[in-house]
Design a protein around this ligand. Sequence first.
Ligand SMILES: Cc1cc2nc3c(=O)[nH]c(=O)nc-3n(C[C@H](O)[C@H](O)[C@H](O)COP(=O)(O)O)c2cc1C
Length: 338
Amino acid sequence: MLSPHLQTPLKIGSVILHSRVFQSPLSGVSDRAFRQLVRRYAPDSMLYTEMVHAAGLCHAHQLKKVMDVSPQDQPISIQLFDCRPDFMAEAARMAVDEGALTIDINMGCPVNKVTKKGGGSSLLRDPETARAIVRTVAAAVPVPVTVKTRIGWDDTEVNAVDFALRMQAAGAQMLTLHGRTRAQGYRGSARWEWIAKVKAALEIPVIANGDIFSAAAAARCLEQTGADGVMCSRGTLGYPFLVGEIDHFLKTGQERSPVTIADRLRCAAEHLELLWRYKGQRGIYQSRKHMSWYVKGFEGAAALRSKLTRIESLAEGQALLAAALEHFDREMAISATT
Ligand SMILES: Cc1cc2nc3c(=O)[nH]c(=O)nc-3n(C[C@H](O)[C@H](O)[C@H](O)COP(=O)(O)O)c2cc1C
């Protein structure tokens, strides 16, 4: 049974959201094209840019492109990573100018390139620097500052509750917790019990993240953790319908009608076109991984996937998807007449 408070708006400091389902920041994925599709099905949900390197942003203004936020792209949060409070504050000001409704600070990225320089999940081992980042950024911008982190560095250092309390004391207005350690990467199950412990300890909203692949999983997670909302991640790869499906379920108690294979293929075609429109040839290369996520679970998927992951042009991708769609439409027509 879902708690009635999940049907009320969510307050993040001065920001009020009419959805408790979030689309996570996904490096190499949650760009403008992807967000446009997610937003169509989840207009009230907060979406995140890919994480942006704060110092890089300050040094090279063309990196603003990474955020690439259009005026219609709201509500949006811009996620930053770095370990130097002054760069973070400067980048946060630029992000607010770009339209960020909140600034999210990445304290969970497990990638060596990021942690070796003191950013991402390595901040879990350096709470003093993490605190300084939150305080400095919160003082620099007029929008709420939020933190996304993991439950700890590894099984010997699970410090989520203490760390989260410190971030709250430093001025964070919301905390998203991925229920895995840095050492786990994306392996094993997310440990929602730690999200429950953090939720019980904090006054600011806590958003549960990890293994939210369906509306049923979201409901289970919310019930088990008492969290204020959920954030979807890998479940949205090749499936930008998920955030909207969960939002609809939380608001109405009803499941949306299932997405068909033809719907997924049409969405893949649109995603390809958007990537081409926003990024040109680079977008075509980037589309290959998206296509491999969309095209699965039906006869002939493997062969189509293999062709789509080698496309060189928009026309080539469109032709492959159109042929597959024609096949499905014909099958639907045949089954409707028999
Ligand atoms: C391809 C990919 C890119 C990611 N990029 C980011 C990122 O830029 N910032 C971030 O905070 N987390 C990032 N994550 C982590 C996810 O936001 C999320 O915390 C994690 O996948 C756990 O949720 P899940 O089990 O539902 O996938 C990324 C994950 C994946 C798979």
